[in-house]
Design a protein. Structure first.
Lengths: 424, 424
């Protein structure tokens, strides 16, 4: 066994032991750890700054672009935000131990379900060190243990943050190993982490599509993931045009990089002539390139500027994460639904409509993690949904779907309460 | 591409198309198909009998043992039972389209969750042809499509049953391909079925541990499964001895073959001297071999007969599915919980106790799909839990856990209802 193997096995065994203790931990102790962590984050300025500065200097030296360097930065504002996140999670109800749906059966037994932690989750992420705190705080509240593998470029920052987490667990009498950060940049550690079913129950990767595809392929445990977010906004035949312009504008342009930004606009033929020139003006003014089907292109011909292009077949499948949008005119709700189910990534899709039956059909038949009526796809987010926090987004149908909060890190087991009943 | 490849791809594509239609199918049509199926099962006597007789004759000719041949038999009683099952499922509420937990957010959007089908499930099973109807009826009600792969020894019976299912789907205007039976006994079909993520969303295997382990290892989609059921009954330090004798007797001896039968008995030292001789008499009278730790063995010394053995370490990990039970004296609730979590199979475990705190600790800390207080482990079953039917049992923590009914074949997607809200 190599040193790395021995190290990872040790981490896994420690995590499993800690998970058993965390599953039985009192709510008060978990909240105490979270509040201690918030306090320590606010007070740890100089120590954290030194560690963070090492990562920042290395990044600048390595020639990373300014936005990448910025994402590494742990300034007072970032720390205040993550500290506040810990306090918010402390204030949320404890999901663990909740017993629901208890029903008396004809045999006399009462049957219900109890929410319990999943056990140990492994989290693989890049760049932003605040993810370390987000993952740790969700693990603590949900009674899980976690093994964190951050980006090598943030290692010193992550180690400093993990030490604060460990101290906060100590403060509350909880096992320090409930949150462990892998302390090596050796890439083989990821391969080991995702193939330890005895020690790790689920893997949550965040990062580029290539990384996530590789992890999904090689993992020997379930993976909570989304690969991309080719999200659609569909303007129906019956629609409030003003509302649709406002919502589609926001869905595309409020921010270009998130996975819940709209990448493709479908417009019913009955509204295309009224709607497309108006949204075209908005996109043109904001510098959004329009890749349009022939009918849409014709209707956009009066839009000023030179941002109109003919869409290729590949555009319908593309997540741009940039000021680009694909635009297609469709002849029916059926065509819109079929297009989304075929070309979308089952992430988030919205209909703009005033017709109730069409709204309900869209909600039911579009096979995506989030389906919306008359709202911006940008709302697909754990905070916006009221989950308090988000460990990731799932585009799978299994277990957790869409934004994953505390509940997604839990499992429901059956509880049977009897008075000596036997089966006949 | 071989013929088998082409055939399986065709089956997969047909299933995916059918799944889209089933997801949008009206409740009334699904119930109509289920009631038509019940009627057809009751009326199909001669045609079914002929197909079944072919399988029975082949089984006898192949020298199968009588119990194995019996499991293949589709007599009037078996058909009446499965027909009744279809009617019961028709009478249950439709899980699909249910919208729960809708809450208004500060932004103005309303956020909730809608229950939708998983899509296509593949079911791999052996022997008993009535599983064909159970799987088909659950698929229809839950709005999924399914691909069924039964045992080769039941092929003619299964084909005849699948034809009845297809006719019943026709009756209701639903796609015949919603339930497809693989019509070849080529074993390579299983390997293809479990590696078609584009066409199959989840695999549900039933059968021997070896088969299920192989499927889990090789599948490229999630698998809902349990490998074995090493279930425990634990007699606590504070207990109603009469109640404990009745329940443990039932948990072990009511039937030996099911996965929810108790295989291991743990007894707190404080009750061992009172409890073990009494349960030993019961086991002895029923011919149940007792494999006991040294302390238990000593306390069982007065039990008549020669069914007492010294347990080996391997006994703690063994699912006997036979009139054999392992017995261990423990010194604390902690020891009992640790033993169960280490040696059990996370299936079903019960505590017999009059102490409330111990009951709650057992429920919370035993990491099993079903945890019980003062009830027979034999109750771990979809019908007993009120699920109406059971497609299988899961000992995983991911997605469905314990008996899997209609809900386990569904997924919750997020629905967002707005009036033109945008994200700021």
């Amino acid at each position: 066994m190599t040193d790395l193997n021995a190290y990872m096995t040790g981490v896994g065994e420690s995590a499993r032991r800690a998970a058993t203790l965390m599953a039985a931990a009192p709510t008060a102790a978990k909240n105490q750890a979270l509040l201690a962590l918030a306090r320590r984050l606010r007070e740890a300025g100089p120590v954290l700054a030194e560690a963070n500065e090492r990562d920042l200097a290395a990044a600048r030296e390595a020639g990373l672009e300014a936005p990448m360097v910025d994402r590494l930065r742990l300034d007072a504002k970032v720390l205040a935000t993550v500290a506040e996140g810990c306090e918010q999670i402390a204030a949320m109800p404890d999901p663990i131990g909740e017993i629901t749906g208890v029903k008396r059966r004809p045999t006399g037994i009462s049957v219900g379900q109890m929410r319990v932690p999943l056990g140990v989750f492994g989290m693989i992420y890049e760049s932003r060190p605040n993810v370390t705190i987000e993952a740790a705080s969700l693990a603590i509240k949900s009674g899980n243990a976690c093994i964190l593998r951050g980006g090598s470029e943030a290692l010193h920052s992550n180690l400093a943050l993990a030490a604060l987490v460990g101290d906060s667990l100590d403060d509350a009498g909880l096992p320090r190993d409930a949150v462990q950060l892998i302390n090596t940049v050796d890439r083989a550690a990821v391969g080991l982490l995702i193939t330890m079913p005895a020690h790790v129950d689920v893997i949550i990767p965040r990062g580029g599509k290539g990384l996530i595809e590789r992890i999904s392929r090689e993992a020997r445990v379930p993976v909570i993931k989304h690969l991309d977010g080719n999200c659609h906004s569909y303007v129906d035949a019956e629609v409030d045009i003003d509302l649709a312009v406002t919502v589609v504008d926001n869905a595309k342009t409020q921010k270009y990089s998130p996975c819940n930004a709209t990448e493709s606009l479908l417009v019913h033929a009955a509204q295309a002539a009224s709607f497309l020139p108006r949204i075209g003006m908005v996109f043109s003014a904001k510098g959004v390139e329009m890749r349009a089907c022939p009918r849409a292109l014709a209707l956009l011909s009066q839009v000023p500027g030179d941002l109109r292009r003919a869409a290729t077949e590949a555009d319908w499948d593309t997540e741009y994460l940039a000021p680009i949008i694909s635009i297609k005119v469709v002849d029916s709700l059926d065509e819109a639904i079929a297009h989304i189910n075929r070309h979308g990534s089952h992430h988030t899709d919205a209909i703009l409509t005033t017709n109730h039956m069409n709204a309900m059909r869209f909600l039911r038949e579009v096979d995506s993690a989030s389906v919306m009526v008359n709202a911006s796809t940008r709302f697909a987010d754990g905070f916006e949904y009221g989950l308090g926090a988000e460990i990731g987004i799932s585009t799978d149908k299994f277990h957790a779907r869409g934004p994953v909060g505390l509940d997604g890190l839990t499992s429901m087991k059956w509880v049977v309460l009897g008075q000596g009943e036997v089966r006949s």
